[in-house]
Ligand binder design. Structure first.
Ligand code: LLP
Length: 423
């Protein structure tokens, strides 16, 4: 459920008609709903209660400061994967002791910044990383709180580009070697072992892979405790999928996911951490775009939009399908057309959907891509020298531009002319 509904024939974000936002910022733009973000966050809260838990929003899904602050105000922590995300989380108001630092390639510089700035835990992904973190922490006279990410070799049954829990993936330490690596960690003066971390992939539409992975984590917890390790936290990653198309059967709900967590690891007395991104932000955001032209080809009609693959990469990168709806509500009985929905970028891959049914549209009409709040704006680029799309946050009847569209001068002045080219 989200808060993007038709009222009086016009798609609204909560109480704000999208036409009002378009008039203020121009298209294309991303728009997020505070009520939807809040609702999704609370679903996880309820799902994990009464277990002690922290919900660390995966900032890679949507890193805008206002979105992160909205969640931080509800009590969310953050899962970050770079020092850039760490600094953004802090700027958004997330306290250091609610930030977990994930990722396979943390540099020593990144470790230093997080250690001195305050961090809940590093999710360590390899032995060389563990050694580097030990060294950096000792050089600062600190101990780094650590969970070791284990790779449980579980098939998440999702798109191959976003599956992370098989042994052929680059993530984590093979679970079979975990006992050995925890023994190494325990001997390091700069490391304080706090728990175990696992994340098997994204856009999971079944619970079974979670169940398999979490059972392995439970078994490992017992094994490590029997060796004297104080395992007090379990970071169970993110990954719960969302429905992208209405025709899809709906993925499991957070409450059902919560049941799996309780069933598999609930009796271990550990604090549970989860790192959801997509489920919180995905259906809390739209990309709104205008039709530039309708071009009638020999075989098909093209709806040429002002949004393109650089603004929403998911369709061309993963073959993802986002539901596309007209901003002006279609009235029953209205003629439907089949369009190839494309952007202006000079690549055939700049296609959002083929033969997609929509009411007859003309230049200036607007459409909205649903489920675009996660991995949308954050993955955008300025390819074809197209300025990054602005982001807008709605809260009830208010809206605010939370990232403005850069001017062409800003884009141009980011480059410089090499000295020998200057005349
Ligand atoms: N934790 C870790 C360690 C992760 O790698 C990820 C996502 C998450 C949490 C959040 O997963 P979520 O709850 O959002 O599924 N760009 C792709 C998705 C990449 C996901 C990468 N890792 C897409 O657009 O589908």
């Amino acid at each position: 459920m989200d808060h993007f509904l038709y009222r009086d024939g016009m798609l609204h974000a909560e109480d704000v008609p999208l036409s009002e936002i378009a008039a203020a910022v121009g298209t294309p733009f991303y728009v997020y709903s505070t009520a939807t973000l809040t609702r999704h966050y609370r679903l996880f809260e309820e799902a994990l209660s009464p277990l002690p838990h922290v919900i660390c929003f995966a900032m890679k899904a949507c890193g805008n400061l206002s979105v992160v602050r909205t969640l931080a105000n509800l009590g969310a922590g953050a899962d970050v994967v770079s020092v850039g995300e760490y600094l953004k989380a802090r700027a958004a108001g997330v306290p250091g002791d609610r930030i977990v630092f994930s990722g396979v390639g943390k540099t020593r510089e990144e470790m230093r910044t997080a250690l001195t700035g305050g961090i809940r835990q590093f999710n360590v992904e390899s032995e060389p990383e563990l050694a580097a973190l030990d060294e950096v922490a000792r050089s600062l006279g600190l101990r780094a709180p650590v969970a070791i990410r284990v790779n449980p070799d579980v098939d998440a049954r999702t798109h191959e580009k976003i599956a992370t829990g098989r042994k052929e993936n680059k993530f984590g330490i093979p679970i079979s070697r975990a006992v050995e690596v925890y023994a190494q960690a325990a001997a390091m003066k700069g490391i304080e072992v706090m728990g175990i971390d696992v994340h098997i992939g994204s856009q999971l539409t079944e619970l079974e892979p979670f169940e398999q992975a979490y059972l392995k984590v439970a078994e490992l917890t017992r094994a490590l405790r029997s060796q004297g390790h104080d395992i007090r936290r379990l970071d169970l990653g993110g990954g719960l999928g969302i429905p992208y198309e209405r025709s899809n059967s709906a993925p499991p709900l957070p409450t059902e996911y919560g049941e799996v967590v309780k069933r598999t690891v609930g009796d271990l007395g550990c604090e549970i951490e989860i790192e959801p991104g997509r489920l919180i932000a995905g259906n809390a955001g739209l990309l709104v775009s205008s039709v530039i032209y309708v071009k009638s080809g020999e075989e098909r009609d093209f709806l040429i939009l002002d949004a393109a693959m650089n603004d929403l990469m998911r369709p061309t990168l993963y073959g993802a399908r986002h539901e596309i709806v007209p901003v002006q509500e279609a009235v029953p009985g209205m003629e439907q057309r089949l369009y190839d929905v494309v952007g202006p970028v000079c690549e055939t891959g700049d296609t959002f959907a083929r033969q997609y049914p929509l009411p007859a549209l003309g230049p200036g009409d607007m459409v909205a891509f649903r489920s675009a709040g996660a991995y949308g704006a954050v993955m955008a680029s300025e390819y074809n020298a197209r300025p990054l799309v602005p982001e807008v946050l709605v809260n009830g009847d208010q809206f605010a531009v939370i990232r403005r569209r850069p001017s062409y001068d800003e884009m141009i002045n980011r480059d410089s002319i090499a000295p020998w080219l200057q005349s």
